[in-house]
Ligand binder design. Sequence first.
Ligand code: GDP
Length: 357
Amino acid sequence: ALTIGIVGLPNVGKSTLFNALTKNTVLAANYPFATIEPNVGIVNLPDERLNVLAGVFASERIVPATVSFVDIAGIVKGASEGEGLGNQFLANIREADAIAQVVRAFTDDDVVHVAGAVDPSGDLETINTELMLADLQTLEKAVTRLEKEVRGKKADPAVLAAAVEAQKALGEGTPLSQVKGLELGLLKELGLLTAKPVIYVFNVDEGILTDTAKTDALAAIVAPAQAVFLDAKIESELIDLDPEDAAELLASTGQTESGLDQLARIGFDTLGLQTYLTAGPKESRAWTIGKGWKAPQAAGVIHTDFETGFIKAEVIGFDDLVAAGSVADARSAGKARIEGKDYVMQDGDVVEFRFNV
Ligand code: GDP
């Protein structure tokens, strides 16, 4: 499954946020037999459309898409020097598809700040510097090895060229995800940390959540990367409340969406994912696919037989289906399209696949 690794300096609120993540009842409800690691939290991707579909089809249950988060502790200033970043840290972060970096912006004299003062831009620079230094070390070794291999015609010169270019960019302080024209795919085997997309999670005081001057200023520090603003303490309270009380607490902070929901939504987008929908009396469900996927590949997410035996897909746009009120009415209104194997899936397609077994 696609996962987002959570990193950040000590005492920024990672554990508080992560506790909220793991208290989610997602798995218990939908995947009763799944076992999950203690450092993994799974969040539902909020999707109002599923509620609407469940109404139209009188579905017994709703199964939303999910986003997984892995808690990756162990990064401090100077981590890449001396003993280096811990092996466990590196292994965990290399496996993550994207990184969510938690940055402390809350003030609390009772919570010690590792660098002495609350300094969001300084902190995120510290973390990013450690990640860049780790990549530089990786690249230094790789370039030496690749030079030999290219001479012996055992490696592609294009890979070496990309590695050298990456080294240069990092030397100038640019994380690899931001280097234009660099073919990161060539360097995939190196597991470079700054090649991963990053979301910045600012853990702020409650009052700041609605202070757009302050949040805009923080967002500007990390642009073009995405920023999420939340109060980890409130998130951990929200998760213990029933939906009505949670909505009330959220409203009292001036928000309409919890930080965890925001994080799931933005994480999903950062990973280049989208969903299509299926609906019936048993369940209304969202299925996770990549942007640009074609119909057979999308069908394969439900079952591999659906991909290998793919014949066609009946597709109704969500809005068309809701306007028509039922599949039969959508069909007679000419809103149900029969699509073949080259159809590129669109977010919110409501689909029924036809296949041979
Ligand atoms: P970690 O080291 O990054 O995992 O940080 P923790 O989650 O353990 O948080 C460190 C301390 O800060 C704990 O005492 C938390 O209760 C406190 N803390 C976390 N988030 C917030 C917050 O949003 N506001 C305030 N005031 N305290 C927080």
